[in-house]
Design a protein around this ligand. Structure first.
Ligand code: SOE
Length: 385
């Protein structure tokens, strides 16, 4: 019999579903030392929280997140609420000794993120931030190829995250469905919501970013607020483009927008090294493109690796070679590693501290755009630990 691990989920939106699905599936596919038990879900609207609990098998529901934290039976607090609530909930959960899984980005800004890091490290509780794209098998394979030195010296890292769902001025800001457009709830626009993913993956692949030069734009300046019904100024960045320098001497080029008509969630990256290059595309997430200049010239070219064989990252746990997995499984991978590391008392990356490094880059990007100049990225000092 596996030891039970009681989960309290706070937030039942899109992310609440991805995390619940992962807790339900993980024991079927991975050898994990715990069996997650979906104890309680918390959300704003009672009927909806109840319906969510029934659908996903949570034993109870509540509309008060403090009840989840105060509940002595809860081992893991999973935070899937808008960004402005992350810090308060995570700090309270840490003080109550709970393990914590928090949705990305870590916080509204780095100042809040620092408080969160302090709280989890002081309490000594397990913590992870849900930058799920790291756990796409092809993205993990890219990390392995880079770490093995196959690319040689890296010159360029470029990434895009393109969407088109806010082009209409009729899309409101604020409220349950559109809080990502409300600066108070989200902290920023595409920088924290989408580029944070690209930055997390990029620093994982290619090391720290040291300086950035950014521009942002808010194309639609006013939107109706879903809660007040009033037309209010829009405070978020609708689009953001930035250049950067990595500590290893390579150059970065990042772009994100919610105004790229025709693109729903097109996350792509390309890395160019001395010997080889890698490219990846979320719309074709089970493939990794690889070009190796050392191949014999008459057969040299971009190969499209179908990342499904059992020697590929995570793939021995799923079906048979040739059959692919998708977006939902990245969260299963995260939960599996979180549970395995929890039993060993080891951290699961990206920890709150890792996510704070991403938050420093996001803050530098937004400051650079505001001040119209290059910004150095704050580095974590060892004495901050
Ligand atoms: C925004 O539309 C969003 O849902 C992000 O919040 C997620 O983090 C990203 O994975 C997909 O797009």
């Amino acid at each position: 019999m596996k030891k039970k691990l009681n989960v309290g989920l706070i937030g039942y939106g899109f992310m609440g579903r991805t995390h619940s699905n992962a807790y339900r599936k993980v024991t079927h596919f991975f050898d994990v030392p715990y069996e997650p038990v979906l104890q309680v879900v918390c959300g704003l609207v009672e009927d909806e929280a109840k319906a969510f609990a029934e659908r996903w098998g949570y034993q109870s529901h509540t509309t008060d997140w403090r009840k989840v934290i105060e509940n002595k039976n809860i081992d893991v607090v999973d935070i899937c609420v808008p960004n402005d609530l992350h810090a308060e909930i995570a700090i309270a959960a840490a003080q109550a000794g709970k393990a914590i899984c928090c949705e990305k980005p870590l916080a509204l800004n780095a100042a809040q993120g620092e408080q969160m890091v302090k709280a989890v490290e002081k309490a000594g509780v397990a913590n992870v931030v849900s930058f799920n794209y790291r756990r796409v098998p092809a993205v993990t394979l890219a990390k392995k190829l880079i770490d093995e030195g196959r690319l040689g010296r890296i010159f360029h890292y470029r990434a895009n995250f393109l969407q088109d769902w806010t082009i209409s001025p009729k899309v409101p800001q604020g409220g349950m469905a559109t809080w990502r457009l409300d600066i108070k709830a989200a902290g920023s626009g595409v920088t924290g919501d989408l580029l944070a993913h690209c930055i997390d993956t990029a620093m994982w692949h290619n090391g720290p970013i040291t300086a950035v030069c950014a521009m942002t734009e808010t194309f639609i300046k006013q939107r109706t607020h879903a809660e007040t019904g009033k037309v209010e100024p829009v405070g978020i960045d609708d689009a953001c483009t930035f250049f950067c320098r990595f500590e290893n001497g390579s150059l970065g080029n990042f772009e994100s927008t919610r105004y790229a008509r025709g693109h729903k969630a097109l996350y792509t990256f390309e890395i160019n090294g001395e010997h080889a290059s890698i490219a990846w595309d979320l719309h074709d997430l089970h493939r990794l493109s690889y070009f190796d200049h050392r191949d014999e010239s008459i057969v040299r070219g971009w190969r499209s690796i179908h990342v499904t064989d059992s020697d590929m990252p995570y793939m021995d746990k799923w079906w048979v070679p040739g059959l692919q997995i998708g977006y939902a499984e990245t969260f299963v991978h995260q939960v599996a590693e979180f549970l395995q590391n929890l039993a060993k008392g080891e951290p699961t990356p990206p920890t709150f501290r890792d996510a704070l490094a991403t938050q420093y880059v996001c803050d530098a990007v937004l400051n650079s755009a505001k001040n119209n100049k290059w910004e150095k990225v704050r580095r974590q000092r060892t004495e901050d630990r």
